[in-house]
Design a protein around this ligand. Structure first.
Ligand code: NFE
Ligand code: MG
Length: 463
């Protein structure tokens, strides 16, 4: 690519991401005309899992990430339940919802205040706020000081959300509570009351601080309501089951940002590896048949992330996809819309907590006896804070014979596929203006709005 700018690593996200953008003047404005995103390390959890006892999958896959361990524990348990044909009790479903909602809320608050805010407002001129790029951030000193106070308050709120999850699920992250057949802890009156108190102050913070702060940033940076749109293809696997086939977020797809929600058929997923450092005789397999064989170096490849596609199309996943598909946020698709939909989702989940806590049966069952089948396949789909998450496994001779994980960031930060179609974030970057080539903060604003987690997408440095 000509006129290349490289930011490596992109900071204020989880893990290691490299971005290369070609910048040229188009109609008199210097802007991104092409982008490539590279996940710069190898995850390889799929290989660690082979040969293990299937019940370990919940505990091992949670170690993929320190932010979104909860959805991995939940979906690994669901995949085993699918393999063994188990139905969990209502109490276990609700407890999983409570802890998963807590995981979303802490992740969203952390994302806005600690990973994104400094793209828009400057911190004090002292570490840890410095060193930093000196770029125009438009927001005056007193408003910046207020936002930075909220940055500090948010650290305590994130801790409190994790404490609420720990009331039921124990240590956060990497909780031992998620097991095939249900959940480990029977709810007590004391635990429910304690969680309810936490939930009230968490919801108050989201309502009266987080949402207004996102709206304030949006008011100061209105052009970001048009930037970073991308394809407009949105995908959700659905999550937060309410019983009787209902859920807060349903599965579905939106194509090109328009029209009715389309159905989701997990069989239409493939993971091309043409531009990824993987070896395979097939250009793109379904995850149930996927293989994780590193190939480095490899001609034409530039990422350790595969390129998940649905019916050969790239799809964005995350809060905006969930909220759009659920019909709860449809203002637009842009940098600002991603932040606004995420904050709105945090509020709706915080407000759902008291009802779920009311629905718990004190002392009621949280577990259905579960025996791992000796030979079976299983798959489960749910949502993590950053979007659609799937686990696929095969059990043979009572051990894991095959395991594949596709995380949300694999969809969003994927490289080009076998049709040379850019991934969703690569596409969203095209058209982003770049004022100062030495400090392309506009590029970071587009990237951060997706809340990428490269730790989830890739992991192990030595193979
Ligand atoms: Ni590491 Fe994750 C979430 C998962 S990311 S944070 O949310 O799964 O792609
Ligand atoms: Mg994978």
């Amino acid at each position: 690519m000509a006129n290349l700018l490289i930011v490596d690593p992109v900071t204020r996200l989880e893990g290691h991401l490299r971005v290369e953008v070609a910048v040229e003047a188009v109609s008199g404005t210097q802007q991104v005309v092409e982008a490539r995103l590279g996940g710069t390390s190898f995850r390889g959890f799929e290989r660690l899992l082979v040969g293990r006892n299937p019940t370990e999958a919940s505990h091992l896959t949670q170690r993929i990430c320190g932010v979104c361990s909860v959805p991995h524990g939940v979906v690994a348990s669901m995949a085993l339940e699918a393999a063994g044909g188990a139905q969990i009790p209502a109490n276990a479903r609700i407890l999983r919802n409570v802890v998963l909602a807590a995981n979303f809320i802490q992740s969203h608050i952390l994302h806005f205040y600690h990973l994104s805010l400094l793209d828009f407002a400057a911190g004090p001129d002292t570490p840890p706020w410095t060193p930093e790029w000196k770029v125009d951030r438009r927001i005056g000193d007193s408003d910046s000081a207020r936002l930075i106070e909220h940055y500090k308050t948010a650290l305590g709120i994130v801790r409190q959300v994790n404490e609420m999850a720990a009331v039921f699920a124990g240590r956060q992250p990497h909780s031992p509570a998620f097991i095939a057949g249900g959940f480990t802890q029977v709810p007590t009156r004391e635990a429910i009351d304690q969680a309810r108190k936490h939930a009230a102050s968490i919801a108050a913070f989201v309502r009266s601080t987080y949402i207004p702060d996102v709206e304030y940033i949006a008011s100061q940076y209105p052009e970001y309501g048009k930037l970073g749109r991308g394809y407009g293809n949105l995908l959700s696997f659905g999550a937060f089951g309410l019983g009787e086939g209902k859920s807060i977020f349903g599965p579905g797809r939106i194509v090109a940002g328009a029209g009715e929600t389309q159905p989701l058929d997990p069989q239409a997923i493939r993971e091309p590896i043409l531009r990824s450092w993987f070896e395979d005789s097939s250009p793109g397999r379904h995850p149930a048949e996927g293989i994780t064989q590193a190939a480095y170096p490899k001609e034409g490849a530039y990422s350790w992330i595969k390129a998940p596609r649905y019916d050969s199309l790239p799809y964005e996943t995350g809060p905006i996809a969930r909220m759009w598909i659920a019909g709860r946020y449809r203002k637009g698709i842009s940098v600002l819309d991603r932040h606004l939909a995420r904050a709105q989702e945090a509020l709706e989940l915080a407000e759902a907590l008291p009802g779920w806590l009311d629905g718990l049966e004190v002392g009621g069952s949280v577990y259905t006896a579960y025996t791992t089948p000796a030979e079976a396949t299983g798959a489960a789909l749910t949502e993590a804070p950053r979007g659609a998450l799937g686990h696929w496994l095969r059990i043979a001779k009572s051990k894991i014979a095959h395991y594949q994980v596709v995380t949300p960031t694999c969809w969003n930060a994927s490289p080009r596929d076998d049709n040379d179609k850019p991934g969703p974030m690569e596409q969203a970057l095209v058209g982003t203006p770049v004022q100062d080539r030495d400090h392309p903060v506009e590029v970071l604003r587009v990237i951060h709005a997706f809340d990428p987690c490269l730790a989830c997408a890739v992991h192990v440095f030595r193979i």
